[in-house]
Design a protein around this ligand. Structure first.
Ligand code: HEC
Length: 148
């Protein structure tokens, strides 16, 4: 008899603990991945060639709706400063071009991102930007003079 009574008491104690653990786990999933701080894009993460190809992509597939002004300066910085490059890659993969989402090849996506970085005064470097969302999660868009 005493055993039957003690079970619900244990359950009352265990449930909140399990619930709190689940909450902590789900909150953890939304945190940035633990590990080294993301590398700043200003360290030179794309090549001038990439940006050149990206400029062609932009000129043929984006200027129907965007112009250089709408993708640079304060307008761009407001939205993208401090954001991981992987987020911009997702926009290129899944949302742009708005009238034909998903039409860009991985190479076009990453080239046009390199061009957007160049437009926003992020310097080119020796290494090409990889079209790999996992690697892009490790690079943060840091724009000079964006008032971050
Ligand atoms: C048919 C029109 C259209 C085309 C073509 C298009 N876009 Fe967009 N784009 C939009 C609209 C509208 C938005 C804002 C609304 C939204 O986020 O869906 C947007 C949002 C964006 C954004 C996020 C917000 C911002 O301005 O920073 C980026 C970056 C972007 N476009 C880049 C591109 C690039 C690069 C291309 C070419 C590969 C492209 N777009 C082609 C219409 C277009």
């Amino acid at each position: 008899m005493s055993k039957r009574l003690s079970l619900p008491a244990a359950a009352r104690w265990l449930l909140p603990v399990a619930w709190a653990a689940a909450l902590a786990a789900s909150a953890g999933a939304q945190q940035p991945v633990a590990g080294p701080a993301p590398k700043p894009a200003s360290a030179g993460v794309y090549t001038a060639e990439q940006a050149g190809r990206g400029q062609d992509v932009f000129g043929s597939l984006c200027t129907g709706c965007h112009n250089i002004g709408s993708q640079s300066g304060a307008t761009f910085a407001k939205k993208w400063n401090g954001v991981l490059l992987s987020e911009l890659y997702i926009v290129m993969s899944e949302q742009m071009p708005k009238d034909d989402p998903g039409a860009l090849t991985p190479k076009e996506r990453i080239d046009v991102i390199a061009y957007l970085l160049k437009l926003n005064d992020v310097p080119a470097g020796k290494d090409a930007l990889p079209a790999d969302p996992e690697l892009l999660k490790k690079i943060v868009i840091d724009l000079k003079g964006a008032g971050a």
